[in-house]
Each structure stands twice: as structure tokens, then as C-alpha cells.
Design a protein around this ligand. Structure first.
Ligand SMILES: Nc1ncnc2c1ncn2[C@@H]1O[C@H](COP(=O)(O)OP(=O)(O)OP(=O)(O)O)[C@@H](O)[C@H]1O
Length: 570
């Protein structure tokens, strides 16, 4: 800030010594100025470096905190919130906020300091001229505030519509098979183009607002300079000012003008950052409705794995009016295998979700060894449960990493352990056939290997007490069927197993079979007992399935008399 003052002095030294006897004072003044400039450059470079690195650190920390907060939310939150929106918060909002509180803040502070010191120096150099110039600043300030508010509103709308476009792209790219199967590529392209078109329109509006504002501020800056020259010229004529003082004043006025411009963009950027920040804090501070890592942890001796559902009533939070269970009760003794069968859509997978505590029932209790699962620590409890869903997803990393994913702490799993679990699941020989063996990287979204039952069965917690299996409905050839059954038998040994069964062999081998229908268990008992009940739902289901699958083995189970009746029905 001292530079214009000394530059004015240099000019005065030159002008007031027309004889040319000013070399000494000019040299020392210029040396002083060089020193000032050097200091200024060093301070500026340091400021930019520190602020940028601080900004990046803030962004990094925000992203990590936000990601962990997102992962802690209850499952219903993800049913209601779009993935694209969360990704947008994680990528662009964090960057916006990080930039706003560092680079932007430092630029703003710098502009603020420059403007206030500049004004002070203007009064110091010429109070008369300063008072004249500053009469035009207040209207400019009012303009900046109005503009800032308008821009803040506009930015929020732009960000929201951008999030919508991202969400659409993410969903359609993620489900490209569905889009392709329905031949909807063209209409999806059009939909996306319309969304980004809207973003463009908003951006144009923002550009127009900015253009008007910057045009106006530029013009007023130039007018200020012109009026300073005019008024200063008059003052110089009446010997109230030297040429050096007028030059200093002009430079200060110029700096003040630039700083005010900087301050207004600082204000609008800060507003943008605050807008993004509001949305981020909302998400970071959101308390999950189900606890994440709190509750009782059962000791080894207490935890045996006996499961009991008592009078469960449940509806998904997104569809509270559609009841899935009413008076649902089921008891699975520790160490037994319970096969769950029932028509499609009756809520078999929902039982698994309730046991994993992805959702809490509306009423009723689920107990494990007599403990209500709401009292247990969900994080601990889930690591004690082995789950295989019908459409398991393998992540796009190596097969070894995918298998280790089931462990409590995947980073500590050794190659030998991975090899061992793969062998138990009959997967080892198949994996070794790949050129890179266990290091083979699974294709994005696990498309290449996801359906593979061996890898899927390998990925379970080591030694889980409870297994929840959702059998794949797709038919396997005889050899694979045998290998999968063998792996399953090994897996199920000595554990409490709830298996959503589709294959006859699984149902026959289970200790108990429960039949689900109309929101509750309709029949439960041994396979043969249920089959013996001529009017039972289980029998009907099995008969239907036997004919659908054209299973000769199963057809033998049914007496020919019953077969005739069934054929008639079908
Ligand atoms: N996250 C969810 N939000 C809202 N409704 C859901 C959700 N998941 C499942 N449903 C609904 O709950 C009902 C039961 O679904 P569920 O998947 O548990 O049945 P299922 O018996 O396992 O069916 P299938 O044998 O076809 O897999 C279905 O009507 C389904 O549309």
C-alpha cells in the first residue's frame, strides 16, 4: 500500500528539481521501492500457496466427513435420496465451499484491506479530493449487495438443476441394460439434453447478471478516474496539490476501485459457498434414524444364533400404506437350517433386510438368543451374519479383495485365508483358471463375475454364526448344481441358516420349511409333513414349481393321483 505514495514522491523529486540534481534521492527512493515490491511479491506468493493448500485440505476433510456421514445413514435414507444428488454434494459442493472459505476469503480480506488503507491514504494525500470521490461509492455498494443476493438465488437453482441432470445420467448409465432393452436411448438422450439445456439457460441468466454488473462497475471506475483528473487538475492549478500527490492519489483511487470490484465478487462467491455449505452441513449433521455403531455386543458364549420374529408388522418407509407383514412370527432354533418359500413379492427378501436391521419393524420384536436386535450393536451384529443376496454385486477390484470384503477387517486378511475360503466355496480351482488368478480384476459393477455362485459364497464373514442366503433363481447345470450344493452344505454346517429357497434339493435338505404368504407364516414344519398336507400352500407351490421346472425327481414325490388333479388345475 506504500508503493503509490513513494511513486508520487519519485515524480515530485523529478519535477521539483528541473536542473537534474536529483540522482541521489532518486536512487535511494527507487531502492526502497524495489525492497517494498520484493516483500510484496514474496507475501503474495506465500498467501496464494498457503490458501490453495489449505483449501485443498479443507475439501479433503469435508469429503471424508461427508462420505462417512452418508455411509452411516439408515437404509431408508438411501431409498428416499437420489445417488446423483449425494455424488454432487460430495464432488462439486465440497469444492465450492473449500474455495470459498480459503482463496476467496483471502482475496476478499486482501481487497478489504486494500480498500480501507487506500481510502485512508486518499484522505492523507488530499482530503478535499477524497471527499469528492467517495461520494460515488455508497451507491456502488448498494448495487453490489442487491446483485449478491440475486446471484445467490440463481446459483442455488443452477446447482439443483445440475444435480438433477447428473442424477439422470447416473441412473441411466448405471442401468444401461434396461435402457437398451427398451430401446430408449434416443429418448434418454433427449431428456438429458433438455436438463442440461435448462442448466445452460440459467447459466446464461447468471452471465447476463454478471455482465451488467461488471459493465456498470467498470464504467463507474473509469468515471471516478476521470473526475479525479478533472478535480485534481483544478486543485493543482490553485497550487493545493503537487503533480506527485495527484499521481499517488490517482493510483490509490485506482486500487480502491479494483478492490471494491474484488470485494463484490468476493461477496457473491461467499454467498455461493454459503449456499453449498448449508446443504453440506445439513447432510453432515444429519443423525441417522437407526444407530450405526452403538449397542450391546454379545460375548462368544451368549451368542448362539437362535432367531425369533414375534408379531412383526412392517411397511417400507417409502410406502407406509403398503403393509408387507402383519402378525409375522417365526422361530429359528440355533444351528438349524430354515428354508423360506413363498410366492414372489410376499416379502422373503424383506425378512433378510429386517434381520440385518436395514429397517426396523413398525411393531413387534426380532430377538437373537433372547436379545432384541434393537439393543444390539448393528455394526457388530452384521459382521456376524453371512449374507448372500440374489443379485450380489462384486466391486471392481481383484477377486481376492472381493472375497476379503466379508471379513471384519479386510486389510488384515492373508492370501492363505482367502485361498481357504475360496476352497470351501468350491471357487479356488475356477479362480485359478484365470491368467491372474486371485488378482484378476472384476469388471465394473461385477458384470463379468457377479452371477458366479462360487465367488459369491466365498464372500462371507469368516465363521459367521448366522447365514442369510437368497438362492439364485436361475437354473444351474447338473455339475454346477452339485458343486454349489456341496459348497452350501459345508457353509451351513453348525450355523443358524435362513435360506430363501428356490431349489428343491435345498428345501428337502433343510431342517424346517416355512411358507410365507399374505404377510405372515402360513405353514411351518418339516418338508415331508408339509407335503403331506393335501390342502397346504406348500404342497401347491411345490407342485406348481415341479411342473414349471419339469423336475422328474420331484414329480416322483407326488402320487400320481395328485398329479392328475394338479394337471387339471394348471
Ligand atoms: N426398498 C423398498 N422400498 C419399498 N418397497 C419395497 C422395497 N423393497 C421391496 N419392496 C416391496 O416389498 C414387497 C416385498 O418384496 P421382497 O423383495 O421382500 O419380496 P420377495 O418375496 O423376496 O420377492 P422375490 O421372490 O421376487 O424376490 C414387494 O412388493 C416389493 O415391491
Amino acid at each position: 500500500m506504500s508503493a503509490p505514495f513513494f511513486l508520487g514522491k519519485v515524480i515530485d523529486v523529478i519535477y521539483t528539481n528541473p536542473g537534474g540534481d536529483f540522482a541521489d534521492s532518486l536512487t535511494s527512493l527507487c531502492a526502497l521501492l524495489s525492497g517494498i515490491f520484493l516483500c510484496g511479491a514474496a507475501a503474495n506468493a506465500t498467501r496464494v500457496y498457503l490458501m490453495q493448500t489449505a483449501g485443498q485440505r479443507i475439501v479433503k476433510r469435508l469429503r471424508a466427513t461427508l462420505f462417512s456421514s452418508i455411509l452411516k445413514q439408515e437404509t431408508a435414507f438411501f431409498d428416499k435420496t437420489r445417488t446423483g444428488e449425494l455424488i454432487n454434494r460430495l464432488s462439486s459442493d465440497t469444492a465450492l465451499l473449500g474455495r470459498s472459505v480459503t482463496e476467496n476469503l483471502s482475496d476478499g480480506l486482501r481487497a478489504g484491506a486494500q480498500a480501507s488503507v487506500g481510502v485512508g491514504m486518499m484522505f492523507f494525500v488530499s482530503p478535499n479530493l477524497a471527499a469528492f470521490v467517495l461520494s460515488v461509492v455508497p451507491p456502488l455498494a448498494v448495487l453490489a449487495v442487491i446483485y449478491g443476493r440475486y446471484l445467490r438465488k440463481l446459483t442455488k437453482v443452477t446447482q439443483d438443476s445440475l444435480a438433477e441432470a447428473t442424477q439422470l445420467a447416473e441412473e441411466r448409465i448405471g442401468n444401461i441394460r434396461t435402457v437398451r432393452a427398451f430401446g430408449q436411448e434416443m429418448s434418454e438422450m433427449e431428456k438429458y439434453t433438455n436438463k442440461v439445456d435448462y442448466v445452460l439457460q440459467l447459466a446464461k441468466k447468471e452471465a447476463l447478471a454478471r455482465a451488467g454488473f461488471f459493465g456498470a462497475t467498470g464504467l463507474s471506475g473509469n468515471l471516478i478516474v476521470l473526475s479525479v483528473l478533472y478535480k485534481g487538475g483544478l486543485l493543482m492549478g490553485s497550487a493545493y496539490m503537487t503533480v506527485g500527490e495527484l499521481s499517488s492519489f490517482l493510483m490509490y483511487a485506482f486500487w480502491v476501485g479494483i478492490s471494491i470490484g474484488g470485494l463484490s465478487s468476493f461477496y457473491s462467491e461467499l454467498m455461493k459457498g454459503l449456499g453449498a455449505g448449508g446443504r453440506l452441513w445439513e447432510l453432515i449433521e444429519r443423525k441417522p434414524q437407526l444407530p450405526f455403531n452403538e449397542g450391546i455386543i454379545l460375548g462368544k458364549d451368549t451368542f448362539r444364533g437362535a432367531l425369533e420374529f414375534k408379531d412383526i408388522e412392517f411397511a417400507y418407509p417409502t410406502r407406509p400404506e403398503t403393509s408387507i407383514f402383519k402378525d409375522f412370527s417365526l422361530s429359528i432354533p440355533a444351528g438349524s437350517v430354515m428354508a423360506l418359500v413363498g410366492p414372489s413379492g410376499t416379502g422373503k427378501s424383506t425378512i433378510v433386510s429386517l434381520l440385518l436391521r436395514l429397517y426396523d419393524p413398525v411393531s413387534g420384536t426380532i430377538t437373537v438368543d433372547g436379545f432384541d436386535i434393537r439393543q444390539l450393536n448393528p455394526l457388530w451384529f452384521r459382521t456376524k451374519i453371512g449374507t448372500v443376496s440374489q443379485e450380489p454385486i462384486l466391486f471392481s477390484c481383484s477377486i481376492a479383495e472381493n472375497i476379503a470384503y466379508g471379513a471384519e477387517d479386510p486389510s488384515t486378511v492373508t492370501a492363505e485365508e482367502i485361498q481357504k475360503v475360496a476352497e470351501i466355496a468350491n471357487a479356488a480351482s475356477f479362480i485359478k483358471d484365470f491368467p491372474k488368478g486371485f488378482d484378476t480384476v472384476v469388471g465394473e459393477k461385477g458384470i463379468l463375475l457377479s452371477g458366479n455362485p462360487y465367488i459369491v459364497y466365498s464372500r462371507k464373514p469368516y465363521n459367521p454364526k448366522i447365514l442369510l442366503l437368497d438362492e439364485a433363481t436361475s437354473a444351474l447345470d447338473a455339475e454346477n448344481e452339485y458343486l454349489v450344493q456341496e459348497a452350501l452344505d459345508r457353509l451351513m454346517e453348525g450355523r443358524t441358516v435362513l435360506i430363501i429357497a428356490h431349489r428343491l434339493s435345498t428345501i428337502q435338505n433343510a431342517d424346517l420349511v416355512a411358507v410365507l404368504g399374505q404377510g405372515k407364516i402360513i405353514e411351518c414344519g418339516k418338508h415331508e409333513e408339509l407335503l403331506a398336507n393335501p390342502h397346504g400352500l406348500f404342497r401347491k407351490l411345490m407342485q406348481k414349481q415341479a411342473f414349471l421346472q419339469n423336475s422328474d425327481t420331484f414329480a416322483l414325490d407326488i402320487q400320481s393321483r395328485e398329479k392328475d388333479v394338479l394337471e387339471e388345475n394348471i
